[in-house]
Design a binder for this molecule. Structure first.
Ligand SMILES: [Zn+2]
Length: 69
């Protein structure tokens, strides 16, 4: 019975780790000289426009949902 309690605690910990990993911030993006979404040349930042930023975020989010399923 004691072992069961330990197993439950370990299982709970694994769940917490999985949640923490799922919620961790995306790795910081590096400047490539191109928009991360449409690959248009840009002189600074990661996106050529706010729209590309939003679309990219949506794409990343959808990708994450797919991986969690
Ligand atoms: Zn773009």
């Amino acid at each position: 019975m004691h072992a069961d309690i330990l197993d439950e605690a370990a299982e709970r910990e694994q769940q917490l780790i999985a949640v923490a990993l799922a919620n961790r911030p995306a790795p910081s993006m590096v400047y490539t000289g191109e928009c991360h979404y449409c690959e248009e040349k840009i002189s600074k930042g990661h996106f050529c426009s706010g729209e590309c930023r939003t679309d990219h975020e949506r794409m990343v989010w959808a990708e994450k949902q797919r991986r969690l399923m």
